[in-house]
Design a protein around this ligand. Structure first.
Ligand code: GLU
Length: 500
């Protein structure tokens, strides 16, 4: 038995990744199998080494170890998709040879027009097969002329794809709904669909446990397994974590990064216990259990298919249970590992030293950086030249900008804020005021941009979200603010900046 987790290193280490990793890990460990970590970094523009490292750190912190992966090695490497280009090229060539795939030269303009027409006719939007019957000679001459092209898979015109998901039973999807998926992009990189099938097969993966959002992609994958002549792995699609309003857990509404929970002082064993409860239950319904206890009795058929709500209050309660189980020496050691250590102090001292007159000034200066969200009310945001509406805009637009930032760098934060202030025609000083309050609970604090760097992306965003809640922003207001944000002239520049 071999399972895997295949994260894309394009952002903070998501609790959803940890949740999937946990079940793949527990399943493999229970059956004495192996658990593989593969990095899906074919989106070269969005993948970063920092994000990859953060994923490794987060999983290790949670106690989830892997037998094969980028740093660990193993017999089926390399374990980063960007290093496996030759393998995909070879495999896609075998599909072309057997005529299961074809070259497509359609331009973006043509594809857009086809899509628009299908939308207007209320049809499934999919590739219309324009290049599917080009002759070998036509293909050769267009290639020679240097025309940009992709490779697409063929899809039967009729019939259904029927497959079984272990938790959901048999599922049938008509091929007429399946797109002739691009397998190799114009830049020669494989798409997810080609890479996932090739890698899962070559890496000997026997069971795929992943999010239910991939269910609709299964027909494409089953076809590819069939074309290659490989046996498909067993499929187990797990329910996605959800926000309290049932939408898919997203950083717009909830802190989603494992780093956030670590910095807020959650214990790894409590977080991992909580994540287990999201999709599974112990046979005796016990709620507090260790990874080891879970592995001993793990039974995949006890997984739920209902979308579990990520409930902060329940997680806090569970964490409290774990804190109370520690003896005082262990408790002290956990506090040190959390924030009260030389490494963290090193980051704070440059900020504090020039502002303190006594050593004891440390705590009052930094308390808002050590995890406690200030409780705010509308009066805290009162300002001589800013109306409530402007305060809302500053908070909302900054939060929206932060939601889109992939790389949390001081310079980028600064230039984004300057751009926003200019677009909103506010003095930079005035623009910063609501952000100071939201972040630190006071108008005068340690420098704002340094505070955000210390807090990290998820924690900083959580502060801004809490501030908007304190100002009792209604859903209607939020929708209007979203629209106004979209219309801001700086938005293009924000998307293009190196921070993204
Ligand atoms: N890279 C995909 C993701 O991060 C993996 C999906 C899969 O497990 O097949 O969601």
């Amino acid at each position: 038995m071999r399972t895997r987790i295949a994260p894309s290193p394009t952002g903070d280490p998501h609790v959803g990744t940890a949740y999937m990793a946990l079940f793949n890990w527990a399943f493999a460990r229970h059956h004495g199998g192996q658990f593989v970590l593969r990095i899906e970094d074919t989106d070269q523009a969005r993948s970063t080494a920092t994000s990859e490292q953060a994923i490794f750190d987060a999983l290790r912190w949670l106690g989830l170890d892997w037998d094969e992966g980028p740093e660990v090695g193993g017999p089926h490497g390399p374990y980063r998709q960007s290093e496996r280009k030759d393998i995909y090229q070879q495999q896609v060539q075998s599909l072309l040879n057997k005529d299961h795939a074809f070259y497509c030269f359609c331009t973006k303009e043509r594809l857009d027009a086809v899509r628009a027409e299908q939308q207007a006719n209320k049809q499934t939007t999919r590739y219309d097969g324009h290049c599917a019957s080009l002759s070998a000679a036509q293909v050769a001459s267009r290639m020679q002329a240097g025309e940009s092209h992709v490779i697409r898979m063929r899809v039967p015109e009729q019939g259904d794809c029927t497959f079984t998901d272990r938790l959901r039973g048999p599922i049938s999807i008509p091929f007429s709904q399946i797109d002739m998926q691009v397998l190799v992009k114009a830049d020669g990189m494989p798409t997810y669909h080609l890479a996932v099938v090739v890698d899962d097969h070559l890496m000997g993966i026997t069971h795929i446990l992943r999010g239910e959002e991939w269910l609709n992609s299964v027909p494409k994958h089953q076809l590819l397994y069939h074309y290659f002549g490989w046996p498909p792995p067993e499929l187990i699609h797990l329910p996605l974590l959800r926000n309290p309003d049932q939408s898919k857990l997203s950083k717009r509404k909830n802190p989603t990064s494992v780093t956030y929970y670590r910095d807020m002082g959650y214990l790894p064993e409590a977080l991992v216990n909580y994540l287990s409860l999201m999709g599974w239950s112990m046979p005796n319904e016990e709620e507090v259990f260790s990874l080891q206890q879970m592995v001993e009795v793990f039974d995949i058929d006890r997984m739920t298919t209902g979308g579990p709500i990520f409930d902060q209050a329940k997680l806090r309660w569970l964490n409290g249970q774990y804190l109370r189980q520690l003896d005082s020496a262990q408790y002290a050691q956990r506090i040190q590992a959390w924030m009260l250590n030389a490494n963290k102090l090193q980051q704070l001292i440059p900020l504090v030293q020039e502002r303190a007159e006594r050593l004891s000034d440390l705590l009052p200066l930094v308390n808002y950086l050590l995890g406690n969200l200030p409780t705010l009310s509308e009066e805290d945001f009162a300002h001589k030249s800013l109306q409530r509406e402007q305060v809302l805009k500053v908070l909302h637009h900054t939060l929206s900008t932060f939601d889109n930032m992939r790389d949390w760098q001081r310079d980028a934060l600064f230039s984004q804020c300057q751009g926003l202030a200019a677009a909103m025609e506010l003095k930079f000083r005035d623009f910063l005021f609501p952000l100071f309050i939201a972040t630190s609970g006071r108008a005068v604090s340690l420098p704002l941009f340094d505070s955000w760097m210390f807090l990290g992306a998820d924690m900083s965003r959580a502060r801004l979200r809490t501030a908007l809640d304190a100002l009792a922003v209604s859903n209607k207001e939020r929708k209007r603010l979203d629209k106004e944000y979209q219309a801001l002239p700086t938005l293009m520049a924000a998307g293009d900046s190196p921070a993204n």
